[in-house]
Design a protein around this ligand. Structure first.
Ligand SMILES: [Zn+2]
Length: 375
């Protein structure tokens, strides 16, 4: 019996939710703690890549997440992740995986709300389809890929008036692939959100899935009483690999990273665009303080705060190699067009960090933040 079905997915609580709605000033500390855990896992993975000689991936991951720059909009109590250097290798890097999960959630949730406004009778269901465990991950992947493709074709045919299938009850939704290995071979699942007016029938779906796969009939169907929690959970599966060893994670990256969409959609949720950037959008026309964090001795620590929109005269770096951030005289449009990624690139080199440190007078480092981090 499949462990995932015995322990059905929880539908509450997920970092992804906090990531993209931005975080209030009070929650920043908890958020930073979670990033510290994620970055520690990325460092562990980096060590593995180095020892196993995976040079290309090692080079990517080793520059990821060494610093984070948040904008604290104190007036409205919101904090946004404004700059960081991310490797975007989300199948290997826990930090990037978490950020990407949040972006996927935000994109699909936004579209879902639009759809629901037009079609209030639609209800979301969490549907899980599994393939029998196997020792060869490539083979398991291929079997799931073919089965999902066949199921999609059956849905299309049913919508054209041919034989009806359960999947045709879904007006639209999305799919996330999860891979686990708990000592009993590779287990590949598809977690799907279906938006339906008529509830999918568990028994019929199980029969259809068995006919498609030839040997796998374990499926799960449940209405989402907490739709937001359910969406988050599915988005989390795209990037969940904490139960795998670094070696297994690398194997998943090699096999699953090619030739299959690990996040896919159908019907009215097709065409949702997930932004490429892993940073939060800035808030227009709001004063902010910029908070700089570095990963030092096992956790992110605040090393500086700048009121960039106000006391520039005092804190403007004198080193010409370090570019100045945008000033408040810019219009909000220019603000939006500013190349934040390029701006963030200036901190990618640890040597430059050291130079920046020298430019910050002792008193401007937030002592309170240090106390909070080192009680
Ligand atoms: Zn990364």
């Amino acid at each position: 019996m499949d462990g995932e079905i015995n322990n059905p997915p929880k539908t509450t609580g997920c970092l992804a939710a906090k990531v993209d709605r931005g975080t209030g000033t009070k929650e920043l500390s908890a958020r930073v703690d979670q990033y510290s855990i994620a970055h520690s896992q990325t460092l562990e993975m980096t060590e593995y890549l180095k020892s196993a000689g995976h040079v290309k991936e090692y080079k990517k991951l080793k520059t990821c997440g060494h610093y984070l720059v948040f904008r604290d909009y104190k007036g409205i109590g919101k904090v946004r992740l404004h700059a960081a250097q991310f490797c975007k290798t989300h199948l290997l890097c826990q930090m990037c995986a978490r950020r990407r999960g949040g972006k996927i959630f935000e994109s699909y949730w936004k579209r879902y709300e639009q759809i629901l406004a037009q079609s209030p009778n639609l209800r979301p269901y969490l549907v899980t389809l599994t393939i029998k465990n196997g020792d060869d991950l490539a083979e398991c992947k291929q079997r799931l890929r073919q089965a999902l493709s066949k199921m999609t074709q059956q849905r299309r045919n049913a919508l054209k008036g041919q034989k009806s299938v359960e999947f045709a009850k879904s007006f639209g939704g999305f799919t996330a692939i999860e891979v686990t290995n708990i000592g009993n071979g590779w287990h590949v699942h598809a977690h799907m959100i279906w938006l339906c007016e008529v509830p999918p029938n568990h028994f019929l779906l199980s029969k259809e899935w068995e006919l498609i796969t030839g040997d796998s009939k374990i499926v799960d169907v449940r209405p989402l009483h907490d739709p937001k929690g359910g969406f988050m959970e599915v988005c989390k599966y795209v990037t969940k690999f904490s139960d795998l060893s670094p070696e297994q994670t690398y194997h998943v990256y090699e096999i699953m990273g090619r030739g299959m969409r690990l996040i896919d959609s159908h019907g009215v949720l097709r065409g949702v665009k997930v932004p490429d950037s892993l940073l939060d959008a800035n808030l227009k026309d709001e004063p902010y303080v910029e908070l700089f964090y570095r990963f030092l001795d096992g956790r992110y620590r605040q090393v500086a705060d700048f009121e960039l929109n106000y006391p520039m005269k005092k804190k403007k770096p004198s080193n010409p190699r370090i570019k100045t951030p945008p000033e408040d005289s810019r219009t909000s449009e220019e603000f939006e067009d500013f190349d934040y990624e390029e701006f963030s690139g200036m901190f990618s080199n640890p040597k430059e960090w050291d130079e920046l440190d020298k430019l910050i007078p002792e008193s401007e480092v937030s002592n309170e933040a240090y106390k909070a981090l080192d009680p």
